[in-house]
Write a protein that binds this ligand. Structure first.
Ligand code: 0PR
Length: 352
């Protein structure tokens, strides 16, 4: 009996809520070719180890960091956990805390619990980090200050240069979570990356806007020394230490990240950003024309105050839509979301 069948959803046909998308054909092909490789053992799997260096180099170019350090993680969660670990190990507090806006992804809660670090979250203003509120939470035990460049729920970009200043004044590290926003932001006017601010570490995920296959997240650091605090001895491998969180890792993710970035950076990603923003703006207009209160798009993500029963009805019709914590409907205009998809979505809304 064949138990492994076609993956659902097919063609991302009615998926309006995911931050992942259909991999680029070149990324899919590369992932298949590298399925049996393990960048966790670079002595044995040399080709994929070289590809990982290339991936980090390209992510550095996207994030404005010449000569970057970093690696391809299993996703944004691992990258954020490792960034908190770097901040904790780099600081010298016995009761360390990190300060972040309340809009941070829940992966920071996992990081805090795992690492014994207190996570202090500050209220936001219009979903954006509030610098005064963050400043109030910072004290001598603060080892890290976090900004979000493209928030999960509202797609908002925090004032990163000012957050980096808060961190520097506190003698703490600055981490930016651009897991989702990182492949859109190079084509905007936002100051979000290493070029614009004194950032120490940054999360940027090829398996989201980068159109790589899952799993391919990215963690970058301004200097190699930041990773030294994470190094664990690996006596029986050819390489002598490991800075990653996981051991055996997916070579498929690494290879597909390189293939996607080679195919799309920068022209393809720019086109993708422009198309996604056009779609998000079209949707925002269509929803406000129908009397809904709309937030966004700052990046290609729109929320609207559609009633909860309506969201349930849409789900019954096969639309994959999700809600924010405050109950608004949230639509992410990923590359697979086309104008015709949005037209039929709005037509379904009109039907109610
Ligand atoms: N940081 C930000 C800003 C994120 O939006 C996310 C994920 C992460 C970190 C964590 O990344 P990983 O999920 O790669 O570890 N944001 C989405 C979310 O939690 C992830 C997602 C993706 C959810 C696809 C659903 C889905 O179909 O909502």
């Amino acid at each position: 009996m064949q138990t492994v069948q076609r993956a659902e959803p097919q063609n991302f046909e009615r998926v309006l809520t995911s931050m992942c998308t259909e991999p680029h054909p070149k990324a899919r092909e590369a992932a298949e070719r590298f399925l049996a490789t393990n960048p966790g053992d670079p002595g044995t799997y040399k080709t994929v180890a070289k590809l990982e260096d290339q991936a980090v180099e390209m992510l550095g170019e996207i994030a404005g960091l010449p000569d970057p350090s970093g690696y391809i993680t299993s996703g944004g969660t691992e990258a954020n956990i490792q960034a908190v670990r770097i901040a904790r190990n780099h600081g010298d507090s016995r009761a360390p805390n990190i300060v972040a806006p309340e809009s941070v992804h829940f992966s920071f809660r996992k990081a805090a619990e795992l690492l014994g670090v207190e996570l202090r979250t500050a209220p936001t203003t219009d979903h954006r980090a509030d610098l005064d509120a963050m400043h109030e939470l910072i004290d001598e035990d603060t080892v890290g200050v976090v900004g979000v460049a493209g928030s999960t729920e509202y797609g908002v970009v925090d004032p990163i240069p000012e957050i980096a200043e808060l961190a520097a004044d506190a003698g703490a590290l600055c981490h930016v979570d651009a897991a989702w926003g990182g492949f859109y932001l190079p084509f905007t006017d936002f100051d979000w990356n290493f070029e614009h601010a004194d950032i120490d570490t940054l999360t940027i995920d090829p398996h989201k806007g980068g159109q790589a296959a899952v799993p391919a997240g990215g963690l970058l650091a301004r200097s190699r020394e930041l990773f030294d605090d994470l190094a664990i001895d690996t006596p029986y491998l050819e390489s002598t230490s490991q800075i990653t969180l996981t051991g055996t890792r997916s070579g498929a993710g690494v290879a597909s990240a390189v293939a996607a970035m080679e195919a799309l950076w920068p022209v393809g990603y720019r086109e993708q950003y422009e198309r996604a923003m056009d779609n998000a703006e079209w949707l925002a207009d269509a929803l406000s024309d129908r009397g809904h209160e709309v937030f966004g798009p700052e990046l290609p993500l729109v929320t609207a105050d559609l009633s909860v029963p309506m969201t349930d009805e849409l789900r019954d019709r096969g639309w994959r839509v999700s809600k924010t914590g405050a109950g608004e409907m949230r639509i992410v205009c990923m590359p697979h979301v086309t104008r015709s998809m949005l037209r039929s979505f709005v037509a379904d809304l009109d039907w109610y």
